[in-house]
Design a protein around this ligand. Structure first.
Ligand code: FES
Length: 106
């Protein structure tokens, strides 16, 4: 599926990603700048923070309480559409997904 990452400076990077993996994994494998993912997806680092495009936020399953707790540790301000990308599972319905990257993950 096609995913667009939009950086804080509005530059963007488009990737093609397989489904049934996390958005974080797809980003790391494609060398997307701005996703650190220090913990490798175990929900203990909050350095995989993204802000999901408004049109897409409602298409995602809601964040779990654990994800919301961890988001409190994100380095950049958390927005209403903020998510931890390691908790977003890619599905065919997410083709065309746009996510914004915070200015910093640390
Ligand atoms: Fe660490 Fe997502 S990769 S919380």
């Amino acid at each position: 599926i096609h995913i667009r990452f939009i950086a804080a400076d509005q530059s963007h990077q488009d990737i093609e990603a397989a489904v049934d993996q996390s958005l974080m994994k797809a980003a790391v494998d494609a060398n997307v700048k701005g996703i650190e993912a220090d913990c490798g997806g175990s929900l203990t680092c909050a350095t995989c923070h993204v802000m999901v495009g408004a049109a897409w936020a409602e298409k995602l399953p809601a964040a779990t309480p654990d994800e919301l707790d961890m988001l409190d540790f994100a380095a950049s301000p958390v927005q209403p559409t903020s998510r931890l990308s390691c908790q977003i599972r890619l599905t065919p319905e997410l083709n065309g997904l746009e996510v914004h990257l915070p200015a910093s993950q640390h």
